[in-house]
Design a protein around this ligand. Structure first.
Ligand code: MN
Ligand code: MN
Ligand code: ZN
Length: 282
């Protein structure tokens, strides 16, 4: 299984490999910079060299990125939209420098302008960005969201709408977050519900587009449109959904990472949650 977690880059990006080893992860998600800032300084050549050396040493191993939270490719505020475009371009370039295959991103928030307007704007800005950096290697993964406020991406149709309007379709895929789809109203908490939801994903988006899973249980109930992650099996989703996922042969090669609360030094909850997941495998 390609199981792992979102891991902190505190102290430098190369530190992720030691941290991954500590929790026996073989998939890692990272922020390529401080996730609460628009821009950070670029990597030094020493930093990149060290990262690539460890990347080789630790292979086979899947490391991919998640974009910063400030980015909103459909902000109605021109200044924020402009900043988002250039910050997202920077995220893509950072991924390429680190040789990461995927950049997971939240589609955006329309802030009152309407869903269709927002989705169209996002696709438009993707097209603009990829025209400016046509040779970039990373694949952009649209993440399913919980649909808080005016966040887009809480319906499979939203992601499909964007995918249908990007010119470089081969540059895009999807990341499925278990907590988010559940909050958005897609039930997965029984084997039956799980199958129905995966079928619906397949029918609307297509399973071949599914490149990464975020494994999180949820503090809030089905359809609440509120996003708070919980330890595996201890939330409103419950253990059954994760048993289905761990044993679904269609997904045995797909990276799955935790974004659950971390705990402290005394009790590393990533180790705990990964143990719970591995124990589900039959
Ligand atoms: Mn996310
Ligand atoms: Mn997520
Ligand atoms: Zn979330």
């Amino acid at each position: 299984m390609n199981l792992g977690a979102h891991i902190s880059i505190a102290g430098g990006v190369s530190n992720i490999f030691e941290r991954a080893k500590k929790i026996s992860a073989n998939s890692i998600q990272i922020f390529t910079k401080n996730s609460n800032q628009w821009f950070s300084k670029s990597y030094s050549s020493e930093e990149l060299e060290k990262f690539h050396r460890l990347q080789n040493e630790y292979s086979p191993f899947s490391v991919f990125a998640h974009d910063a939270y400030l980015i909103n490719l459909c902000s109605p505020k021109t200044e924020v939209e402009k900043k988002s475009i250039s910050a997202f371009k920077d995220e893509i370039l950072r991924c390429d420098q680190l040789h990461l295959p995927y950049l997971v991103m939240h589609p955006g928030s329309h802030l009152g302008q309407g869903e269709e307007w927002g989705l169209g704007k996002i696709a438009e800005n993707f097209n603009l960005i990829l025209k400016e950096i046509p040779k970039c290697k990373v694949i952009i993964l649209l993440e399913t969201t919980a649909g808080q406020g005016t966040n887009l991406g809480y319906k499979f149709e939203h992601l499909k709408y964007i995918l249908d309007r990007v010119e470089r379709r081969e540059k895009f895929g999807v990341c499925l977050d278990t907590c988010h789809i559940f909050n958005a109203g897609y039930n997965i908490s029984t084997a039956n519900a799980y199958e129905k939801t995966i079928d619906e994903f397949d029918r609307i988006i297509g399973l071949e587009n599914l490149k990464v899973f975020h494994l999180n249980d949820s503090k809030h109930p089905l359809g609440s449109r509120k996003d708070r992650h919980q330890h595996i099996g201890e939330g409103e989703i419950g253990i059954e959904a994760f048993r289905c996922l761990m044993n679904d042969k269609r997904f045995s090669e797909i990276p799955m990472v935790l974004e659950t609360p971390k705990g402290d030094d005394e009790k590393n909850m990533d180790i705990e949650n990964l143990r719970v997941l591995r124990d589900l495998k039959q």
